[in-house]
Design a protein around this ligand. Structure first.
Ligand code: HEM
Length: 268
């Protein structure tokens, strides 16, 4: 016989008071209460029409394995570094000119004359190094914790693509100041790409934008650096985080050893 589910008894009115409205009680209306109420109303309004809160709750309120530690923050730190690059990059693009005759001068203008230009350019330059270091540390964490194994192989593969894209960002960005160092270093880099098996020479031609290194190379690197790769990174991070939320994170290896040996907190 199917089980009948009894309806929950009604909660007595006194145990279920309505939330206090701004100004209720002592008669004074606090500005912060009004702001909070307005914020809640806007969020409710959007949620009623989109049901986005369900997705946000699914993404953010997850169970995490016992033993989760600071090493698990490296992925989010990499994400933060990427966001820093995106924001500072937008401001740099407002002044930068990717033409062979104007690029060096526009970069000089950003550093020496634009308001907070040196700061923003420095944040972008040092941020790129920080992002590369963080992505490697994050990869090392996932490797040593065995997070590349079933069922997270696909997330590892997406991670490898993210690593290549991050390196492509560094490589293409290095040419943009168009000074002696960036010019010659990029020629060396493009030639190294050319030594790759099978695709090497084609990649070489594609990067140069023809048989010679020149003005086309610069605009090509700029388009790759500021449109193609950031878009691909954003999409890949979306897929990466979807899988993290869906599969959960791996428990630290020592936790797994404890579990296998049957050592729990009560028995330890
Ligand atoms: C732009 C670069 C990247 C960003 C923003 C990013 C972001 C994240 C975040 C936020 C997490 C969840 C928290 C954590 O475990 O740290 C994560 C997990 C993961 N990432 Fe990345 N990641 C990036 C690159 C990589 C790379 C290069 C690899 C490996 C080749 C990788 C492999 C993984 C794996 C396997 C997990 C699951 C970890 C687990 O289950 O414990 N990620 N990533």
């Amino acid at each position: 016989m199917p089980k009948l589910k009894l309806p929950a008894p009604p909660v007595p009115r006194k145990l279920n008071p309505a939330p206090k409205r701004p100004g209720q009680g002592n008669g004074k209306v606090k500005a912060t209460d009004v702001a909070k109420e307005a914020g809640t109303t806007v969020i409710d309004w959007v949620d009623e029409r989109t049901s986005l809160s369900g997705a946000a709750r699914w993404m953010m309120f997850r169970k995490v394995p016992k033993g989760t530690n600071w090493f698990y923050t490296l992925g989010s730190a990499t994400l933060f570094a990427f966001l820093n690059q995106a924001v500072t990059g937008v401001f740099l693009a407002m002044y930068y000119d990717p033409s062979a005759t104007r690029a060096y001068e526009s970069a000089r203008f950003i550093t020496n004359e634009a308001f907070l230009g040196e700061f923003v350019r420095g944040m972008h330059k040092w941020g790129s190094t920080v992002m590369v270091i963080l992505v490697f540390l994050h990869m090392a964490r996932t490797f040593f914790f065995g997070a590349y194994k079933y069922p997270r192989e696909l997330n590892w593969v997406i991670g490898v693509v993210l690593l290549i894209l991050t390196m492509t960002m560094s490589f293409t960005g290095y040419l943009l100041p168009f000074d002696q160092r960036s010019y010659w270093a990029t020629i060396v880099g493009v030639n190294i790409n050319g030594t790759g098996p099978l695709v090497g020479p084609y990649l070489n031609d594609f990067l140069r934008g023809g048989p010679e290194f020149g003005a086309t190379t610069l605009s090509r690197f700029y388009a790759i650096h500021m449109l193609l790769v950031p878009g691909a990174i954003a999409a890949m991070i979306g897929a990466h985080l979807y899988l993290v939320a869906k599969l959960g994170t791996t428990a630290p290896p020592w936790q797994k050893v404890e579990q296998k040996a049957g050592v729990t907190e009560e028995h330890a």
